[in-house]
Design a protein around this ligand. Structure first.
Ligand SMILES: Cc1cc2nc3c(=O)[nH]c(=O)nc-3n(C[C@H](O)[C@H](O)[C@H](O)COP(=O)(O)OP(=O)(O)OC[C@H]3O[C@@H](n4cnc5c(N)ncnc54)[C@H](O)[C@@H]3O)c2cc1C
Length: 393
């Protein structure tokens, strides 16, 4: 069986990893001109982490991880206003890694070809197959086309309709980049520092080798991304103090600067004929929910397992959606509730958040607070299927 996967991100690569081990002929097509490195720091846990363990990736992720020992809120002068020390079992459940390091760990186990700098141009379904024309003019005839191309999926646009029908804007814009500055990196240290003024949040974390990861979140009712995201970032954050006056001049242009609306994706059907969506393309939960990468990997595992079981492809695609969707719905609901805590919209919400952090410092409170953010790995991942790493030739 042949599959074309559009998007070589966390979801697409994980699916390729599993399907090629089940004997599928896999090809990936990726819009970026080369492998996408770096990105932003993600907290990786839950069912996707279980999948990574089953793929034998745990040692690699533990090596690449960044130990976040504390969350601190600072004011414009850099003074700490509140903080939360991570409980000892936090690091047993959560691995903080750069998105690119997680993707690289998966990609290193993928043998299938990736066509970079290209995308899907046209999709024609006929019977048990799909004819796909790519942007380089070439054609593919495959048994299955997978849209693993993120929240603004091109495959979804071509097969399911305009994205306006599926995106749910959560009223914020997000931006992130990594940069090199040994002095700032030293100052940020191994705690996640955040500055909040009502409706705006900026966060920083020191990476290895003098680098630093920055995250920006701002209330913005208009989902449209500004024409010049770098200029918008400088104008909204340039006067807030802390390390920002020194860090913002390093801000790169997109795509090294990640900038987007904060959105969820809601779709009733995840597949149509021999086209199926995976990861953020069909169920983005938003950074407020935190589980996006984890669910992308869990979804790939489930989809590969259902396809590897053989039999009717359409039935496998339905089982994949039925198994994953209840968890997605729950996580999306959690994400919408969490909006007000990450970038509190008013001074009283900032105060309430600080009070919550103080309560979290009481014995057992940290676990309670963090427990709200981290759902345990569920019974989503049943190690019975698909094939594990031991089966690779
Ligand atoms: C700032 C931020 C913080 C986050 N923090 C966390 C966290 O702490 N924990 C967590 O689990 N998740 C987190 N997430 C969410 C997580 O990053 C995503 O849910 C996850 O990356 C989804 O994986 P994906 O492969 O479905 O999509 P993506 O990672 O978006 O990958 C899609 C791939 O498709 C490619 N592509 C796009 N369009 C096309 C096209 N037209 N043709 C071909 N290729 C295309 C892209 O270049 C990309 O390689 C965060 C997200 C953001 C933005």
């Amino acid at each position: 069986m042949k599959v074309l996967i559009c998007g070589a991100g966390i979801a697409g690569l994980t699916l390729a990893w599993h399907l090629e081990r089940s004997g599928w002929e896999v090809e990936l097509v990726e819009r970026a001109p080369a492998f996408r490195d770096g990105g932003y720091l993600i907290d990786f846990y839950g069912p996707g982490y279980e999948v990574a363990e089953l793929m034998g990736l745990k040692p690699r992720l533990l090596e690449a991880r960044y130990p976040v020992t504390e969350l601190s809120y600072v004011d414009g002068g850099g003074r700490r206003t509140s903080h939360l020390t991570m409980p000892p079992d936090f690091s047993a459940k959560v691995v903080s890694v750069l998105r690119g390091d997680l993707a690289r760990a998966i990609q290193d186990g993928v043998r299938s070809p990736v066509l970079y700098g290209a995308s899907v141009e046209e999709v024609r379904q006929a019977g048990d197959g799909v004819a796909v024309r790519l942007t380089d003019g070439t054609e593919r005839h495959v048994d299955l086309l997978v849209g693993a191309d993120g929240a603004h999926s091109r495959v979804r646009g071509l097969v399911f309709g305009d994205e306006g029908r599926f995106l749910r804007h959560l009223g914020h814009h997000v931006a992130a980049y990594t940069m090199y500055d040994e002095v700032l990196s030293e100052r940020a240290g191994r705690r996640y520092e955040m500055l909040t003024v009502p409706g705006t949040m900026a966060g920083a974390y020191a990476l290895r080798e003098g680098r630093i990861a920055l995250l920006f979140l701002r209330r913005e009712p208009d989902p449209a991304v500004p024409a010049d995201p770098r200029a918008a970032l400088l104008s909204h954050y340039g006067d807030l103090g802390w390390i920002l006056p020194e860090a913002l001049p390093h801000c790169p242009e997109p795509p090294r600067l990640y900038y987007d609306q904060v959105t969820q994706v809601h779709l009733d059907e995840w597949s149509r004929g021999r086209v199926v969506l995976l990861g953020d393309a069909c169920h983005a939960v938003s950074l407020f929910a935190g589980h996006g990468a984890s669910l992308a990997m869990a979804g790939a595992w489930i989809l590969a397992g259902e396809l590897a079981a053989g039999g009717d492809v359409a039935a496998a695609l339905t089982r994949y959606q039925n198994r994953l969707q209840p968890t997605v719905t729950e996580v999306q609901r959690f994400g919408r509730r969490f909006v007000h805590w990450m970038a509190p919209s008013s001074q009283w919400r900032v105060a309430a958040r600080d009070l919550m952090l103080r309560l979290a410092k009481l014995p057992g409170g940290g676990r309670l607070f963090l427990g709200a953010l981290i759902t345990e790995g569920s019974d989503l991942i049943r190690p019975a299927r698909p094939v594990g790493r031991a089966e690779r030739g």
